[in-house]
Design a protein around this ligand. Structure first.
Ligand code: CA
Ligand code: CA
Ligand code: CA
Ligand code: CA
Length: 425
């Protein structure tokens, strides 16, 4: 149906609770090396290339919303609490690919290689990630018509591997954004990085097809961003703080051009095609976002910002000293630590401690979005000193700290204590 009137949600600049329903993005772009008309295309396919001259996630869909006219900016990332972040996309081609609602391990794409394991469910999932930038660009400066990035000669061995200026990221074990464009590996001799499991921020879901069945035209796919991952939430908080939310959708659905007899990704051409904001027939990418911007207002003067109280409890009945979830952390402490005051499993605490084989102390603790942590050590529980160490993120929501001053040999004290300190902004 051709929409004669663009429906614009009633929007106002919000602090406190907000519900956004934005029917079209500020910008979107088919992020493909040979897209030479990036600001005009009505359709953005996502597919993989197993030709070793390209990123394996070859054709991607970059989408952005300038939220600064909708949600107050510059409140500091910790002050954006999120209940739901949903992207909806529309399919433009009928029966062009098969629906797979679940993650496929990278080993299922390694056709004709050691370690290959066949895909057990038909089709390939469509995945959503955050966006990062190279080539001097940022979320604020990369537009629909900015340079894709350097392209090698078409007759050469490498045309575009990890050169696109806007690319999809997950958070790696070091907590930093990691390009997933070649997570299933690469047959290019110049590419030496090992494959790894991707951790999508959402996988597209539809009710218009059953798993394993072809997807009809005009199907809606929804992507509910994983808000149980504090690093992902931190990314979204920073985006709202800056007023620039940027996301990337892609899939490892095989393109038609599979190298005959080579590493193939399992199948003939079979990939989704998405409506962009230039499409006059199908709906544009839609963003629904519900949350709260915490302001300083504290009308009941209990030391808890009213917006924080309403977000978690629905009213202002909470008290600073209260501990309704019974986890030993007061509401005030949970506010400062960024934890959930209605969930006893969410609290700042040390989950485990041990010495590794080298005598280094190893601690695990849960993290909250947009917080920074320090480890301190003491031998008497009275004087505390900063402890040098390294933080990694081995599991979703969990940090592991490994000390760099091994307690070994004659200098090892009979007893040592550690504590985790969260820096409240
Ligand atoms: Ca599959
Ligand atoms: Ca209050
Ligand atoms: Ca509590
Ligand atoms: Ca709690």
């Amino acid at each position: 149906m051709l929409p004669l009137v663009w429906l614009l949600a009633a929007l106002r600049l919000c602090a406190g609770e907000f519900t956004l329903d934005v029917p079209t993005p500020t910008l979107d772009r088919w992020m493909y090396p040979f897209n030479f008309e990036p600001a005009t295309r009505p359709v953005a396919p996502t597919f993989a290339s197993f030709d070793p001259r390209f990123d394996t996630r070859d054709a991607q869909f970059f989408i952005g919303w300038d939220t600064d006219t909708l949600v107050t900016t510059n409140r500091h990332p910790v002050n954006y609490l999120l209940r739901r972040v949903r992207l909806s996309l529309t399919i433009t081609a009928d029966q062009a690919f098969v629906y797979d609602p679940t993650y496929d391990s990278y080993v299922t794409y390694m056709t004709n290689q050691p370690g290959y394991v066949p895909d057990t469910d038909a089709g390939r999932p469509v995945e959503l990630y955050g966006a990062a930038f190279r080539g001097g660009f940022t979320a604020a400066t990369y537009t629909e018509t900015s340079s894709y990035g350097p392209l090698g000669p078409v007759a050469g061995d490498t045309i575009s591997i990890a050169t696109r200026n806007a690319y999809p990221v997950m958070f790696g074990p070091d907590g930093q954004p990691l390009d997933v464009s070649n997570n299933v590996g690469q047959q290019n001799a110049a590419w030496t990085n090992a494959p790894f499991e991707a951790r999508p921020w959402a996988i597209g879901q539809t009710t218009n097809a059953a798993p394993g069945d072809p997807v009809p035209e005009d199907s809606k796919f929804t992507f509910d961003v994983d808000l149980t991952d504090p690093l992902v939430v931190g990314y979204l908080q920073q985006a709202l703080d800056q007023g620039k939310l940027r996301l990337v959708v892609n899939s490892l659905s095989p393109a038609v051009q599979i190298t005959p007899g080579g590493t193939g990704g399992g199948g003939v051409g079979n990939y989704p095609q998405w409506s962009t904001r230039k499409n006059l027939v199908y709906d544009a990418p839609r963003l629904e976002l519900t949350g709260t911007v915490i302001t300083d207002a504290d009308t009941d003067q209990d030391g808890l910002p009213d917006d924080w109280e309403r977000f978690w409890f629905g009213d202002l009945s909470a008290t600073a000293d209260g501990d309704p979830d019974g986890d030993g952390q007061s509401n005030r402490a949970e506010f400062l630590a960024g934890t959930d005051p209605t969930n006893a499993a969410s609290a700042l605490r040390v989950l485990s401690s041990r010495f590794d084989a080298d005598g280094n102390a190893v601690l695990r603790f849960p993290i909250a979005p947009s917080r920074t942590y320090r480890i301190e050590t003491s031998v008497d529980l009275t004087s505390w000193n900063a402890a040098a160490g390294q933080l990694t993120y081995p599991e979703k929501g969990i940090a592991e700290w490994t000390g760099l001053s091994p307690f070994a040999g004659p200098l090892r004290p009979p007893t040592g204590f550690y504590r985790v300190v969260v820096d409240a902004p």
